[in-house]
Design a protein around this ligand. Structure first.
Ligand code: SF4
Length: 242
């Protein structure tokens, strides 16, 4: 069998010490070029900047390797690398990227360079300070994550037509929790009236049958977009940097 070539994985490059000395920096797990696997931009080429660290511990987390380690990189070096890869779409992710004050600065820098910037966030950190040009992909943690108590509900007030709310569900209880939140927190109405970009539901990988989840969504006429993590379908569930 022909082995599939890996995606264009551009791991973090070491910036020159002189240039970065005293400049703002972030701890970066990886920077890579891949196909966007989630959100309404699924399928598009995208550069991912994965920052290191997360204060949450979702039981099904698929990026635990980003909790620790990483490489210190100056913002100039990060922007250079993103520019070098050259896709117009960039996602800042983690971990939880917004625990780092300089992540907000990085978003601003990339926006000013003309990139379309997505920020994927857990929903547990204040998103109000993000530039309104950023497209926020914000989780609301279902009970099955073990982190539902961390949801910062006031973040919903800061979402606009650019933004998307994501629920990762592992069972029927999570699904009903998501459905009720969508209805009772006014998200269905906001989507209908164009005040919110999308509502996303993703199954926890290997824990819930896709057709079962699809059936529940159809039965309830829930206005969500079912997403199956395209990058995992392409490269497999355990491959990093895709
Ligand atoms: S918030 Fe994201 S990175 Fe952090 S534990 Fe949960 S899934 Fe993992």
């Amino acid at each position: 069998m022909t082995e599939r070539p890996p995606p264009d994985r551009a791991q973090t490059a070491t910036p020159t010490a002189e240039r970065e000395a005293g400049r703002p920096w972030l701890r970066v797990t990886e920077i890579f070029h891949s196909i966007q696997g989630e959100s309404t931009r699924a399928g598009l080429p995208c550069t991912f900047v994965r920052l290191t660290g997360c204060p949450l511990r979702c039981v099904w987390c698929d990026t635990e390797y980003a909790f620790y380690g990483g490489e210190r990189m100056g913002l100039d070096g990060i922007v250079d690398r993103v520019r070098e890869i050259g896709t117009p779409l960039v996602e800042i992710t983690g971990g939880e990227p917004l625990v780092h004050p300089n992540a907000f600065v990085l978003a601003d820098r990339l926006l000013d360079e003309g990139f379309t910037v997505l920020v994927e966030t857990s929903g547990a950190v204040d998103v109000a300070r993000l530039d309104p040009r950023v497209h926020k992909i914000m989780d609301l943690k279902c009970p099955g994550s073990g982190e539902a108590s961390r949801n910062r509900w006031e973040n919903l007030e800061h979402l606009t037509a650019r933004d998307e709310v994501k629920f990762v569900v592992r069972d029927r209880r999570d699904y009903e929790w998501a459905r009720d939140a969508i209805r009772e927190r006014g998200l269905e109405r906001r989507l209908r009236e164009g005040e919110l970009g999308a509502l996303l539901i993703s199954p926890v990988w290997d824990e819930i049958a896709w057709e079962t989840l699809a059936g529940w969504i159809l039965e309830d006429r829930l206005p969500v977009r079912l997403q199956l993590q395209l990058h995992k379908l392409i490269w497999g569930p355990d491959v990093k940097g895709v």
